[in-house]
Design a protein around this ligand. Structure first.
Ligand SMILES: C[S@@+](CC[C@H](N)C(=O)[O-])C[C@H]1O[C@@H](n2cnc3c(N)ncnc32)[C@H](O)[C@@H]1O
Length: 244
């Protein structure tokens, strides 16, 4: 890398660090609560950026529903619920059980992780039972939404249980989609089905670009398609914005 390239890269990195620190500072109280309750592994800065993405589409009247694909214990979706106008629809997609197996498009990191999950020995970060082993996870997550102040029925929130491949068929416009499905196939199916109906000014928030090899590959493959026009914006996570 030449010196100019190195400077540009370190400047971009420094800007990213500053924006992460700023997001940490303005994280809503709800982000702290869901983290304290062990409902998410997302850092506060990622939750703050997600919160802001939802508030922005309300402020700017970007039409469409909100989607979370990949919910686990519900923490980040609860933050979306807390950020949105009550009437804005939030559609939540998950198996509410075990994550599906990865494919050849995922790297060794993913396959190693899946081996542990499959063996029944995975744990959550705080040593608790891994969410994928929780019995009737869907009811547990619905209960968490209610406990945090966002019961599903009165907040226009719907759960879609099953594989994204089977359940995710958005028809109308989408304003914000938080994509947190970890593996290549899970990501690519979401990108392919949501991007065509993403509103101008709408955003896809990619949780796992820097976390899992398959997720990164899915995003790179998708962005390389000539018909796809999304503007990447680096916050604490990668945000892909549809130009107006
Ligand atoms: C990392 S967790 C989500 C974490 C969550 N957003 C949070 O706040 O901590 C990933 C979730 O994606 C779900 N998932 C991954 N691929 C899926 C697929 N193809 N269909 C349905 N659910 C999927 C898994 O079941 C798991 O619950």
């Amino acid at each position: 890398m030449n010196r100019e390239g190195a400077h540009r890269r370190s400047f971009a990195k420094a800007r990213q660090v500053v924006s992460v620190l700023a997001a940490e500072r303005r994280a809503p109280e709800l982000a702290t609560r869901v983290r304290n309750e062990g409902l998410t592994r997302l850092r506060k800065d990622a939750l703050a950026d997600l919160h802001e993405a939802v508030q922005r589409v309300d402020r700017e009247n970007v039409p469409g529903v909100l989607i979370e694909a990949g919910t686990a214990r519900g923490g980040s979706a609860i933050v979306m619920a807390g950020a949105k106008r009550p009437e804005r629809v939030l559609e939540v997609y998950d198996t509410f059980g075990l994550i599906p197996p990865p494919t050849d498009a995922d790297g060794e990191d993913v396959h190693e992780r899946y081996k542990v999950i499959e063996s029944g020995k995975a744990t959550d970060k705080d040593g608790r039972q891994y969410y994928g082993y929780v019995e009737d996870l869907k009811s547990v997550v619905a209960g968490s939404f209610a406990e945090m102040g966002y019961p599903l029925e009165s907040n226009a929130i719907t759960f879609h249980e099953g594989l994204f491949e089977d359940t995710l068929h958005p028809e109308g416009p989408v304003a914000v989609a938080h994509l947190d499905g970890d593996w290549y196939q899970s990501l690519i199916v979401c990108l392919e089905r949501i991007e065509p109906v993403l509103s101008p000014g709408g955003v896809l928030v990619i949780d796992d670009y820097e976390a899992w090899s398959g997720a990164q590959r899915a995003v790179d493959d998708f962005l390389a398609r000539p018909e796809v026009n999304l503007e990447p914006v680096w916050k604490s996570r990668l945000h892909l914005i549809k130009p107006r």
